[in-house]
Ligand binder design. Structure first.
Ligand SMILES: *Cc1c(COP(=O)(O)O)cnc(C)c1O
Length: 418
C-alpha cells in the first residue's frame, strides 16, 4: 500500500511518525481542542447562509428533476441512532440524487452556476425557479460547460446534476474512478475523459482543458462554493441534534468522524459545527494511510499542502473517494486550525468497518464512508493517553457516512468478501 517516495525521505525535514511511513494506522492529535473563538472569517457565515438559502430556492426544481420517489427536493440526510450507546451515523451515503456527500458541495456549485447563467439570460423573474424545468431553459444552459476532475464521486455527482439542468459536462477521471460511475455519466450525456494518472495530475489536466470562455472549472482544491455547500450541513445537524434531545456541552462533547479527501467536505462541515458548538464539538478527519494528505500537512505545521509522497504515501487505496495526494489550500487556510485530530486507517480497517456496518446495522457504505467508523477505537486510545484532551467517557460519537448507497450489488459483495 505504501510505495517508495519519489526520492529518499529526508528525515530531518519530515518528522513523520514511523507508523505513517510504514503504512500502519496512525493518529495525530492537536495538543488541545480548538475553540469557536478561533474560527477564521476566510469563509464567512454569511456565505454559508447564502448556500443554505440557495438550496432552499432550488428545492422545487430539484424535486421536479429528481423526484421519482416523491422527494421534496430538500438535500438532507437522516441522523441514525446506532444500537450502541450514544453512537450516531449521519446518513449522507443515502443522500438523494447522488448517494454521496457530493450532493452537498458539488451540487451546490452546479446550482450557483445554473442560477448565474439563468439570471444572465433573463430566465429568472423572482424566487420561483420552476421555470428552470422548461425546455427553453435547458437549451439556454447548453451554452455553458462544467469541467471537473474527480476520483469518482465528485465527477459523478456534478455530471449527473449538471446534465439534468441541461448544462454540458466534461468529467476528467483519474485512474481510481470506478467503471460504473463512468458508465452512468455517459448514459446521461456527459463527456468522460479518462486519465491514467493520479488525482493531482488529473486536476492539472482538467484545469488546462477548461481554459475556454464557455467553460466553468470546479476547483476541488480552492472552491468556496464546494465548501459552503458542505458547511450548510452544520445548520441541518444542529436542528437534528436539538430534535433528538442530545445535550452537548463541555462534559458531553460530540466527536464527529469525517472521511477526508482534499478536505473540502470535512473542512466545510467543521466550519459549520465549530461556529455553532465551539469546543463542544471535536472534529476528527479520517484518511487512508496511503493518502494522508491532511495528516501530513498538520504534522508540518498545518499551513501548506504537503504531498503524501513526502512520507512515502502512494495513494493506492480502495477508498476511491479519499485517494488524494494533496490537501485543499482553501481548507487549510479557512479551517486547518480547527482540525482536532486526524486518523489514518488501512484498507483492511475500512473493509472491516464496512462489513460491520452492513452485518450489524444493515447500512451500505463504500470503503470511504466506513473510514469514519474505523477511526473510533484508535482515536479513543490516543485521546485517553493525551494530557490536553478532555475525558471522552460521556461523549457522543457521530460517524459521517459519506457514500455507498449507489454501489452496484456485485461491487459491494466483492468488497465485503475481501
Ligand atoms: C468526496 C468524498 C469525501 C471527502 O471529501 P473531500 O472534499 O475530498 O475531502 C469523503 N467520502 C466520500 C464518499 C467522498 O465521495
Amino acid at each position: 500500500m505504501i510505495g517508495q517516495a519519489a526520492g529518499p525521505i529526508d528525515e530531518g525535514a519530515a518528522p513523520f511518525p514511523r507508523s505513517l511511513r510504514e503504512g500502519r494506522q496512525t493518529v495525530w492529535l492537536r495538543p488541545a481542542i480548538s475553540r469557536s473563538s478561533e474560527v477564521r472569517e476566510i469563509v464567512s457565515s454569511a456565505e454559508v447562509e447564502a448556500a443554505v438559502q440557495r438550496f432552499r430556492r432550488f428545492e422545487p426544481v430539484l424535486a421536479g428533476l429528481f423526484g421519482e420517489q416523491e422527494w421534496d427536493g430538500r438535500v438532507r440526510s437522516a441522523l441514525i441512532p446506532l444500537s450502541a450507546d450514544r453512537h450516531w451515523v449521519k446518513g449522507d451515503h443515502a443522500l438523494p440524487m447522488t448517494g454521496s456527500i457530493k450532493a452537498r458541495g458539488g451540487v451546490h456549485e452546479v446550482l450557483r452556476l445554473v442560477e448565474e447563467r439563468a439570471r444572465a439570460q433573463g430566465l429568472l423573474g423572482g424566487d420561483d425557479y420552476r421555470c428552470l424545468l422548461d425546455a427553453g431553459s435547458r437549451s439556454a444552459m447548453a451554452g455553458r460547460k462544467v469541467v471537473v476532475a474527480s476520483t469518482g464521486n465528485l465527477g459523478y455527482s456534478v455530471g449527473l446534476v449538471a446534465r439534468a439542468f441541461g448544462l454540458r459536462a466534461e468529467i476528467h477521471m483519474s485512474r481510481d474512478a470506478k467503471l460504473w460511475k463512468k458508465e452512468a455519466l455517459r448514459a446521461v450525456g456527459a463527456t468522460v475523459v479518462e486519465h491514467d494518472c493520479d488525482y493531482t495530475s488529473t486536476v492539472a489536466r482538467a484545469r488546462a482543458a477548461a481554459a475556454t470562455d464557455d467553460a466553468h472549472f470546479i476547483d476541488d482544491e480552492r472552491s468556496r462554493d464546494l465548501m459552503t455547500g458542505y458547511a450548510a450541513a452544520g445548520v441541518e445537524l444542529e436542528e437534528q441534534l436539538l430534535g433528538a434531545g442530545l445535550e452537548i456541552g463541555p462534559a458531553r462533547p460530540l466527536v464527529v468522524y469525517l472521511p477526508c479527501g482534499v478536505g473540502g467536505a470535512p473542512g466545510g462541515i467543521t466550519l459549520g459545527l465549530k461556529r455553532r458548538f465551539g469546543d463542544s464539538v471535536i472534529t476528527v478527519f479520517v484518511e487512508p494511510v496511503a493518502s494522508a494528505c491532511v495528516m501530513a500537512a498538520m504534522i508540518q505545521g498545518g499551513c501548506e499542502p504537503v504531498d503524501v509522497a513526502s512520507y512515502g504515501g502512494n495513494n493506492d487505496t480502495i477508498a476511491d473517494g479519499l485517494a488524494v495526494g494533496r490537501a485543499s489550500d482553501l481548507m487549510l487556510s479557512a479551517c486547518g486550525n480547527l482540525v482536532d485530530a486526524v486518523v489514518a486507517v488501512t484498507d483492511q480497517d475500512m473493509i472491516m468497518a464496512m462489513r460491520d456496518a452492513w452485518l450489524t446495522y444493515g447500512l451500505r457504505f463504500e470503503p470511504s464512508a466506513a473510514a469514519s467508523m474505523a477511526a473510533h477505537s484508535p482515536l479513543m486510545a490516543s485521546a485517553a493517553r493525551s494530557h490536553g484532551w478532555p475525558d471522552l467517557a460521556h461523549a457522543h460519537h457521530l460517524f459521517w457516512a459519506t457514500g455507498g448507497s449507489r454501489l452496484p450489488a456485485d461491487e459491494f459483495s466483492a468488497l465485503l468478501a475481501r
